[in-house]
Design a protein around this ligand. Sequence first.
Ligand code: SF4
Length: 481
Amino acid sequence: MKSIIIDKSRDKANDECGVFGFYNNDNFDIVSVTHDAMYGLQHRGQASAGLTVMKDGEPHTVKDLGIVSTVCTEANLKKLPNGEISVAHLRYTTLDYLDRAASQPLVMRYIEGSLALANNGCITNFAEIRNELEQGGAIFQSNSHAEIIGYTIASYKVDCDTIEDAVLRTMEKLKGAYSFVISFPDKLIGVRDPHGFKPLCIGKLENSYIIASESCAIESIGGKFIRDVQPGEMIVVDKSGIRSLFCNKKKRASLCLFEYIYVARPDSIIDGVHVNSARKKAGELLYKENPVEADLVCGVPDSGLDAAQGFAEVSGIPYATAFIKNKYIGRTRDGVGTDKKNKLLKMRLNVLKNVVEGKRVVIIDDSIVHGNTSAHIVKLLKQAGASEVHMRISSPEFKYACYFGVDLPEESKLISNKMSVDELREHIGADSLSFLSIEGIHQIADGCSIGLCDGCFSGNYKADKPKIIYEDKFASKIQKF
Ligand code: SF4
């Protein structure tokens, strides 16, 4: 098996999948357009990459473990025809093993032809649906949630007049978080779950339609962002144009707040809020809630930088670049020893000694999961001669697990679940430590058109947790990271 390196050593909640769909009304080179858009979503997942082009109702796919540049080579893309519809996927796996069969788009045959599906999310009744389908004789290639979505749509289509009805029925069956794009022989469909946990938006490139996880993917190919897909909405694009349908299931909308803090790209707009503005506002509020006297404000690259600017502007403390991030270091596997992780962390972030020496430094990061990275950052700053290090975190303490597709560890492994803020400050060696409050994090998304999920911070989940956890009997046979 080729060597694939997944970054699970980051002391962060990890990012999730990216999805993209294109309905070609202009005879664009669909392979080239889709390939370019995939780079715009690469930040959402690096475990696998893939695209399917639908030509005359037949799917043609390139997908594999790896990032866009290694999977979508020129030689591989040459195998794809120009077609009418495309679907692409960037996968971040929440599992600790590689499974090539889980790479998406998932391509299946159903009663009326082929479908290609790319999903971002976590179905909380996955175990129940999977067991039910297996009891009915279904055979699965992987434990990807996309497979149960595809199977459910395909099985409902047997009784439904239209594929739209089959998808709407599927939405009523699925629980949890999902945003997916799916191509059928003659139409592209985009769906966002009734809570709206994961972002999904619509764009246009001349007369062609785009459905994507984030607006930055639309803009990266010169397209125009039109609007977000609403929670519970299904967008259908075909020869007759674009239309919107809603499933009957009404839920409290709850976009994942962590999209604004860390997951999404800063140049995206999600549900009416610019991600970079939200991050900057987090920094402003962080200063107002937790002021400190210092000489410099610095951010941990990349997602701490906007918040650091906000903190600097409102406090009047000068903003400076303290860390240089090595973008060329290979991503690291979970399971590597602590010494190796520390070495990789050290190689990834280098401190500018001449900037911080003798200075009282405020350092802003987006979150603390295990505390290792924060301790390392404080140590680097102190070794470089900073006289004081004040750490400020632009989100509240992670105290609870996420059941909706963000790869946070279980509660017992979250350091804020085990330590008070002062204990944690001592643990990481900072002179002071503060987090943004839960009230504050809601304010960063002022103007967001839907409700927000803060479950991992507050413990108040707006959707049910999984009742049964699915256990994959074959996982032990697959290569671990
Ligand atoms: S629990 Fe936290 S990480 Fe999970 S969806 Fe809600 S806000 Fe996002």
